[in-house]
Structure formats: C-alpha cells, structure tokens
Design a protein around this ligand. Sequence first.
Ligand code: GLU
Length: 560
Amino acid sequence: MSELETLARKYALQNALEYEGKASPGPVIGRIMNEMQEMKSRAKEVSEAARKAIASVNSMSFDEQKAELETLAPELLIKQKKEIIKDLPALENAENGVVMRLAPNPSGPLHIGHTRMAILNDEYVKRYGGKLIVRMEDTNPPTVLPEAYKMILEDLDWLGVKYHEVVNQSERFDIYYEYAEKILAAGHGYMCSCESEAWRKLKDEKKECPHRSTAPEVNLELWKKLLAGGFKVHEISMVVKTDINHPNPAVRDFVAMRMVEEPHPLTGTKYKVYPLYNFSVAIDDHLMGMTHVLRGKDHLNNTIRQIYVYDYMGWPKPVFIHYGWVSIEDTVLSTRQIKAAIGEGQYTGWDDVRLGTVSALARRGIAPGAIRQYWNDVGAKAVDIRFSWENLYAMNRDIIDNDAVRLFFVRDPHARPITGIEKLHSSAPLHPERPELGKREVNMEGDIEVWLTSEDLEMAKPGSILRLKDLGNFEIQGTELKYIGNDLDVLKKGAKIVHWVGPDSFDTEVLMPDGSRITGLAEKTTMYYLGKVVQFERFGFVKLDSASTNGRIIAYFANK
Ligand code: GLU
C-alpha cells in the first residue's frame, strides 16, 4: 500500500467506526489532507484513494472494521464513552443536610433490585451532606438469615455506599414497647383477640370489631399481660387505629405488635412480643431523625399507615418519596427461592454467577460504578420501568474498557500446523489505546502449531487467506496454514482477521450467566491477570477467577 492508500484506509476505518459502520468522503479526505500537506495540490488523487478505501471499508462488518483499525492504527480508535451522567433531581428541604436510611431485611444479601435504594440514598446523602443509617429490619425471626447482616454490609461496601451507622431493630424492642403503650393510653390503638380472617373481613366491610371500642385502661392491662407472657401465640395482638371508613381497605387499622415464638438469631427468646413493619418503621424513622424517606412505590399504602403514627404522636413528617416499580426479568431474585436452591445444591452459593445478587455481579466483573450510573440515569421517578441488563452492560463496558487488557481466547479450538516458515514472532499490545501497558510477545520455532476456533475455520475456504492477528498472513492448504508474509495489504483483498493461540496456552472454562460453560484455550499471558477483568477479544469481557493446580483457568463472563 502506498502511504496515501494506507492513510485513506485508516481514516475510512476510523470514520466508519464513528458513524455506525459507514464512512463518508468529506471527513476522510479532510483528515488525509491535514496529515499530508503536500497532497493539497493533488486533490483528485486523494479523493480517488478515499473513495476506494470507503467502498471497501463500508462493505465490512463493524467488528471487522474495528479489528482492522486495531491492527492498523490503534491510536485512532476513538472511545465512544457516554460521559453524560444525568443528575438526580433536587430534594426539597435538603439545603441543611439530610438524614436518610437503608432499611434492608436481613433475609439474604442484596440483589440488583436492592441496589437502587442503596445508590439513590447514598447519592443524596453525599450530595447534601448528613447521615446515612443502615437499619436492619430483622423483626421476623423465621426469615432472618444470620449471615445476611454481614453480607449486606459487604455488598454496600463494594457498591461504594458510605453509611454512618448500623442499627438492628431487634435491639430496639423496649423502645417499641414504650410507644405501643403510649398509643394505647391515648386511645389510638386496641388489643384485639379476633381471629385474623374474621377481623379482616369486618374491615373490608368498614365495620369495627368488638375490641375497637375497649377502654384504654383495659387495653393497657391486656398489653401488660401480653408482655408478661400471659397469652399464647396468635391469641391477641395490638392494633393501631386508622380510619375504619378509609376508602382503601389496606389502610384500615393495622396490626402493630404480635407474639412470635421462634427464637431470634440475635436475641434468642429474650423477647416474645414483636413489632410489625409499619409500626417499628414509623417509630424508628422519627427517632432516628429521618428528613427524607426514599422507598419504592410498593410501600405507598405503608406510608399512609405510618403517617397515622406520626400524627398520633404529634411528630413532624419526613419528606416521603416513592420511586416506581422495577421489573427485572430473566433473573432469580427471590431470597427464599435462592436459599432453598443453595440448600439443595442447585447453586454454588449466594454468588453463583447465574444469580442477580450483588456478590454474583461482583464476581462476574460488573463494576460498582456501572450499577451506580444505571440508577442515577433511571432516577427516582414514580414511573414503572423494566430493568435492562443490556444498558447495565453497556455502562460496564465503558468503565472497564480502559483497564481490561486484551487477550486471545479460542473457543472450541482446533490445532493447525504451520508450513512455510521455521520461526514466528508475535508482538501484540495489551491494550490498543494504552501503549504504556506494554506488549505480550510469543516466539515459536520448529514444528509450529497454532489453534483456531472452529467458527473461523468453517468459514475459511481452501486457498483463502487468513490474517492471524499480530502474527502474519496464512493461506489455507488443507488442514495446514501456509505462511505467506506479514503485509497488511491482504486485508484490502478481503482476508479475515482471526484470533489464535500458540502452544503454551491454557485450558480455560468460561462460566456464562445462563449457567452454560464455554471451554477453549486462552493465551499464556492470561495467567498473569488472574483476579482481573480482561477482554477476550471478539468474545467479551471476563473476570479471571482462578486457576486449578493443573493450570486450568476458570473465568466468569461479564458482558460483550
Ligand atoms: N424493610 C423494608 C423493605 O425492605 C423497608 C422499606 C422502607 O420503609 O423503605 O421493604
């Protein structure tokens, strides 16, 4: 290729990559002229060279264009980073700082759905200053998973969430008792021994149950008797009155305290009377000084119930914000289901890569920054949305691309002897845009053999030419590859660029998020990057998890 032809090809490739695979003459000619000032007077020649290059380049696929530019002029690859991070809307009454909370149920670690509340609350506290409290809502012993307390904090740390305090509701029972008593004394609650179905039915018909009008003194006696262990489980509970005629049946009177017999993983059998969610949350949000409560729309009815407690106690209300429902498809998220399946050995643990848990995403090489950006973009609006793994992956790619070194991985590998040369040398940059990361070198001598993927071999006709990336050009001769030089000109004649590995490569197994496994060979340099996220070229980004003693590498697939 003449210097002009080479330039035309490089800029045509670059321009095509900038515009969805289609280059146009204007910018290509402009860039050539800019670089070869002496061509200014020979515009016709330049435009002819540009036209030819564009015609050839525009007929290639995007991946082919990218692979060729990476070989020809990696410095021209332009990163298509999305720099626009949408700002979350301002919070009202936040000028003097905020106190907010994350209130997970420690029934399991966090999953992708939970990360929304974690990130949004964290973003606001960081923006306005103040305090973020993690409150473990562990008031239902049968659902508490003892390991979850620690796992949740680890998940938050990994996400980069800065919390200032951690409290467990199970340690605050005396406080809930005190307020239950106050509510009863003021006539805003009652001790109810109705059978629960009958009670619900009455409420549905806007009818009061017989206990609703019990005098406060009697209620207080019954309450004390409950605390003293004078009732059996399900025999009686404490109810907060709302409005029995409320148009929304879900809001009419709610159970605040009830007896639980199962021992609690943290407090054992010290307490037998347990608060229910709406009661303990209202009390804690007030006592802990919440200025803003940011939660999912599924809690709207709960917020209305909780406001009754605020009003009875004469407490100022925080700003309540409810964001929309997020549906997350193709992912098992139910803590109960996952726990059972782990028990049955269907999953290797909470970080099994098929799961949508935070630890599984971390294991796969999803960057916490990608999750943060995702929720920042989505914001805290009330509209319901569908979670898009594709968008998350695109954000992840933008983040990890700069640090992930490029390595060759050949799936379903087939050995091919090389003829026509005794010695081969390959020197390939570890990152096309970051020369400072260095190169990996491969030297082969004697009876040389390389491995190619079956896919590439299937499409290569006898007599056709393959360019083995950063190694040379080879003609297919039966099951052999004949070396025919190293000139990049072959690309113009339609030679395909393919990936390969040499004899020192490692057996590698990539675990895919759908549970399947892809086996192949990874080039020998891969072993130096264990624990890191790398890009297996033309395959995708993977996290190199570990290697077995016999040198088999286990990797987890992150995304394309
Ligand atoms: N523990 C509740 C939950 O995880 C907290 C909801 C809230 O009040 O924000 O659903």
